[in-house]
Ligand binder design. Structure first.
Ligand code: TXA
Ligand code: MG
Length: 337
């Protein structure tokens, strides 16, 4: 199939309304399209239409065993997708929705098997991005949407990233600007007691514990049981090899790079604290040492390094505090070989 997705701007109220209209029309007829969200761009289809959702799996090359998040606009729509709405879900929704939190609960029978990969639970998120909210309201059905990248690759944070990876397989991408959060949502399983953090995100474990009181985490990611395929060790990866290093002065970085010749000579560096000043400026990106700013910029920088044809990306190690946990998680998965 050879096409190139049309990209619709949402920059003015009139363009926004027209993008909602065209996107909703495609979704109603079973289409799959690229949409902006505040975390990363999504590849969306009508969550109630199993054939449309099946197309998402084909387009992404996604294993059928990996369930897809269902995006809703409002708590009533969320409640329709689940069997029961426990107190803890109510509290989580009140604290973090709309926003970058996915709640996993036993599914109701309106959710087709393909969405949950045949499992008994469904992941639900009410995103805050104004375009998705307007779109879901216009459709009046929830949207199944994984990140809009080929399976295992980097998530997209701009319409252009989606165009480059999947643009030849979908008719439409809505441009809602660069994603404000920049990494995927926190996923918490409320079907277990105590709740289990399945995927760290910018709503970090400490904030969750404030509500759940107790939280199991996946320190068993290396064990055989795969509770959430996003826990695959190698995931969220750029094309280039990625390494995370700490250096206390530039000379230390330079000597480690020269030990890695020839790859070291062409490496791209992403730094936040000890900024190399003697390397060619085109090889160095600086992201502020601020977890939110870092998350917002990280994937765009990794996409840019891939575009620049880097064979090695060196990322300066990040702090080991709760705010940085999701970033450290993504860097660690991206650096698996
Ligand atoms: O921020 C996000 O969550 C983005 C935007 C588009 O909303 N979506 C996203 O979807 O990252 P995806 O498919 O790339 O990652 C969803 C993760 C996967 O690790 C999947 O295994 C897990 O959520 N997941 C979804 N439903 C689940 C379920 N019922 N039980 C356990 N894990 C689930
Ligand atoms: Mg993904």
């Amino acid at each position: 199939m050879s096409m190139r997705a049309r990209v619709l701007s949402t920059e003015t109220p009139a363009l926004f309304a027209e993008a909602v209209r065209q996107a909703a029309a495609l979704l109603r007829s079973g289409g799959v399209i690229g949409i902006p969200t505040e975390t990363v761009y999504g590849l969306a289809a009508n969550a109630f239409d199993s054939e449309a959702v099946a197309r998402i799996f084909t387009i992404k090359g996604r294993p059928g065993s990996n369930p897809v998040i269902v995006h809703v606009a409002g708590r009533t729509m969320a409640q329709r997708c689940v069997k029961a709405w426990p107190e803890v879900a109510q509290k989580m929704a009140a604290a973090f929705w709309p926003g970058p939190l996915t709640i996993v609960l036993p599914r109701s029978n309106v959710i087709p098997d393909i969405v949950t990969a045949g499992g008994a639970t469904v992941g639900i998120r009410w995103p805050s991005h104004p375009f998705v909210q307007a779109l879901i309201q216009a459709c009046d059905f929830p949207l199944a949407a994984p990140s809009a990248n080929r399976s295992g690759e980097l998530s997209p944070t701009t319409a252009e990233h989606v165009q480059k990876s999947l643009g030849n397989q979908i008719p439409l991408i809505v441009d809602g600007g660069a994603s404000q959060i920049g990494i995927e949502s926190t996923v918490i399983d409320l079907s277990e007691s105590p709740p289990r953090l399945l995927r760290p995100g910018m709503i970090h474990a400490e904030s969750l514990v404030a509500i759940t009181g107790d939280l199991q985490t996946n320190d068993n990611a290396h064990s055989g049981i795969l509770r959430s395929p996003g826990l695959l060790l190698k995931h969220y990866s750029p094309k280039a090899r990625l390494v995370v290093w700490q250096w206390f002065e530039e000379a230390e970085l330079l000597s480690r790079l020269s030990a890695l010749e020839p790859a070291g000579a062409r490496a791209q560096i992403i730094a936040h604290s000890v900024i190399p000043t003697t390397l060619d400026a085109s090889r160095v990106s600086v992201i502020p040492r601020d977890a939110e700013a870092f998350a917002r910029a990280l994937y765009a920088e990794l996409h840019r390094c891939d575009e620049a044809g880097a064979s090695l990306i060196v990322v300066e190690a990040v702090p080991e505090t709760p705010e940085w946990q999701a970033i450290a998680d993504r860097l660690s998965r991206a650096s698996q070989v």
